[in-house]
Ligand binder design. Structure first.
Ligand code: GUN
Length: 300
C-alpha cells in the first residue's frame, strides 16, 4: 500500500492566517474598529513567553492590535481578576487569552469564568464549553471554540470532505483537546468514541477508526498496527525527545514511520496540528470582532 498522504497543517494554517488578514483588512476598510487581542502571562516561564509573544506578533501581522500583559509570578488572584475585569470592559479588546498553566497559587477555573464569554477566544469558559456540548448536528459555530480542536476539525474536513457516518476514535479525554474534538466530530455526524488510559483493548478500538485523533501526551504511543488501513490519523502530541547527537527533536503521540505505511492520511509532527492552534486563535479573535459588529460569525 502506498504511504499515507501528509496533511500539511503548516500550509493550511498559512492559508487560514492569510484569510484572516484579508478579512481584517476588509472589515477595517469598511469602517470597522481594529480587532484587538489581549494576552495575559503570569510568571516568567520561557516557553510560555515565546508562545505568548508569537501570538501577539501574529495578531499585529494580520492587522489587529495586540495588548500584552506580563504579570509577575507572585501576582495575586485578586490582581489577576482585576486585570480581567478591565479587559472585559475595554471596547478595544475583542479577545482575552490567559496563558495556561497559571502558577499553582492561582485558581484557574475562577480566572476562566471571569472572562467575558464573548471575548473568550480560547473557548474555555464554561458557557462556551456548554454551548459546544449541547450543539445540534451541523448547527453554526457562532461562539468561540477551543483553537486546537477547531484546527483538528478544519484539517479533517479539508482532507476528507464530509465526515458523516465515519467512525472517529479519540485517544485522550482532556478538556483542552479530547472532549471538544469529540463534540466537533459529533456535530459533523461522526460516530464518536472517546478512549483514555483505562480503556480496555485500546488497539482493537483504534483499529475500528476511520478517523483517529490522538492527544494523550505520550511519545509514539499509538503503533502502526493499531491503525485501520486507509484511516485519517491526526496526531495532536508534541513531545521533545533527546537525539543520539545530544540535541532534541519533536515527535508526536503516534509512531509516525509505522503509521504512515498503514494510514490513508496523517499529520506530521511538527508541521501538522501545531500551526493550526495559533491560526485558529487569530480566526477566533477576528470572529469575536465581527460578532460584536453584528456580522455573522461562523467557524468552518
Ligand atoms: N497553553 C498551552 N496551550 C494553550 C492554549 O491553547 N491556550 C492557552 N490559554 N494556554 C495554553
Amino acid at each position: 500500500m502506498a504511504d499515507a498522504k501528509l496533511i500539511d497543517g503548516k500550509a493550511f494554517a498559512g492559508g487560514l492566517r492569510q484569510k484572516v488578514g484579508a478579512g481584517v483588512a476588509d472589515f477595517v476598510a469598511k469602517g470597522g474598529p481594529k480587532p484587538g487581542l489581549a494576552t495575559v502571562l503570569v510568571g516568567a516561564d520561557p516557553a510560555s513567553q515565546v508562545y505568548v509573544r508569537s501570538k501577539g506578533r501574529l495578531a499585529v501581522e494580520l492587522g489587529m492590535a495586540s495588548f500584552d500583559h506580563q504579570l509577575p509570578e507572585d501576582t495575586t488572584q485578586a490582581e489577576l481578576l482585576e486585570l480581567i475585569g478591565r479587559l472585559n470592559a475595554d471596547p478595544s479588546v475583542n479577545g482575552i487569552l490567559v496563558q495556561l498553566p497559571l502558577p499553582k497559587h492561582l485558581d484557574t477555573a475562577q480566572v476562566l469564568i471571569a472572562i467575558d464569554p464573548a471575548k473568550d477566544v480560547d473557548g474555555f469558559h464554561p458557557v462556551n464549553v456548554g454551548r459546544l456540548g449541547s450543539i445540534a448536528p451541523g448547527a453554526p459555530l457562532d461562539f468561540p471554540v477551543p483553537c486546537t480542536p477547531l484546527g483538528v476539525s478544519m484539517l479533517l474536513q479539508d482532507a476528507l470532505g464530509s465526515l458523516s457516518g465515519l467512525n472517529a476514535v479519540i485517544v485522550g479525554r482532556s478538556n483542552l483537546v479530547g472532549r471538544p474534538v469529540a463534540q466537533l466530530l459529533l456535530r459533523a455526524d461522526c460516530t464518536v468514541t472517546i478512549t483514555h488510559s483505562r480503556t480496555r483493548d485500546l488497539p482493537g478500538i483504534c483499529r475500528q477508526a476511520d478517523i483517529l485523533v490522538v492527544a494523550i501526551g505520550k511519545t509514539e504511543f499509538v503503533k502502526g498496527d493499531w491503525i485501520k488501513p486507509g484511516a485519517a490519523v491526526i496526531d495532536v502530541g508534541i513531545n521533545r525527545i533527546p537525539t543520539p547527537e545530544g540535541k532534541s527533536r519533536l515527535v508526536g503521540d503516534v509512531a509516525f514511520a509505522e503509521a504512515q505505511k498503514v494510514a490513508g492520511y496523517i499529520t506530521p509532527v511538527p508541521g501538522g496540528v501545531g500551526p493550526m492552534t495559533v491560526a485558529c486563535l487569530m480566526f477566533n479573535t477576528f470572529q469575536a470582532a465581527r460578532h460584536k459588529a453584528g456580522l455573522a460569525m461562523t467557524a468552518a
